[in-house]
Ligand binder design. Structure first.
Ligand SMILES: CC(C)(COP(=O)(O)OP(=O)(O)OC[C@H]1O[C@@H](n2cnc3c(N)ncnc32)[C@H](O)[C@@H]1OP(=O)(O)O)[C@@H](O)C(=O)NCCC(=O)NCCS
Length: 182
């Protein structure tokens, strides 16, 4: 198994290449996984659950909080992500692809696009996309479309962007976004 070193180890995890992911799953989870016809869908679904179990175990070891946790999942390419918090949380992982910035109009408002334009971080559009997805999930999909998800850029660093509704982190060819701590 490979795990990415994230700046939020108590709340998020991104992994790939888990041997025998089925061995981690409970019977009812196995039933769900085996119901997927597509191998890719089955693998990403299982990997995201393994990620959540690893993170939950880590939180427990750290004397983690006991209230029923909220969990969020994401997958991209070989990677699967999970986030856990005591309040609604959202995570998104994306393997960086070459995307035209013209696509911004599909999920960013003109104000948000204007916030993106002075940015110098590589793959800035994907950072905004990831942040929107994480914020959308934190809201439980209550906002019908990503474009309607409020997002204000607060800070840019060499490794990521901080927004009011999410923080992003780039590592290798992967970008991860996580909603703020509860
Ligand atoms: C649903 C959506 C997040 C899936 O995007 P994706 O890149 O395939 O997804 P990811 O791998 O990042 O995340 C998938 C996970 O999102 C989670 N998810 C789906 N619906 C959710 C919701 N309403 N609330 C919270 N999480 C949700 C699921 O856990 C899913 O993983 P699972 O199927 O293994 O359980 C995406 O379609 C979306 O953003 N929808 C918003 C509506 C929209 O604007 N669509 C047009 C975009 S231009």
């Amino acid at each position: 198994m490979i795990e990415l070193a994230l700046p939020w180890p108590d709340r998020a995890i991104v992994i790939r290449d888990v041997e025998d992911p089925e061995s981690w799953l409970r019977a009812e989870e196995l039933t769900i996984a085996r119901a997927f016809t597509l191998e890719k869908r089955r693998r990403e679904w299982m990997l995201a659950r393994v990620a959540a179990k690893l993170l939950a175990r880590r939180r427990e070891c750290g004397g983690g909080l006991k209230p029923a946790p909220h969990v969020s999942f994401s997958h991209s390419g070989p990677w699967a992500a999970a986030a856990i918090d005591i309040a609604p949380v959202g995570i998104d992982v994306e393997v960086v692809r070459n995307i035209s910035e013209h696509a911004a109009r599909h999920f960013l408002t003109s104000e948000q696009t204007a916030q993106m334009e002075p940015g110098t971080i590589p793959n800035r559009l994907t950072h905004f996309w990831c942040a929107k997805e994480a914020a959308w999930k934190q809201r439980g999909g209550a906002v019908p479309f990503l474009k309607g998800v409020p997002l204000v850029l607060e800070n840019e660093s060499s490794s990521g962007l901080r927004f009011d509704a999410a923080e992003t982190f780039a590592i290798g060819d992967v970008i991860v976004a996580l909603s703020p701590r509860a």
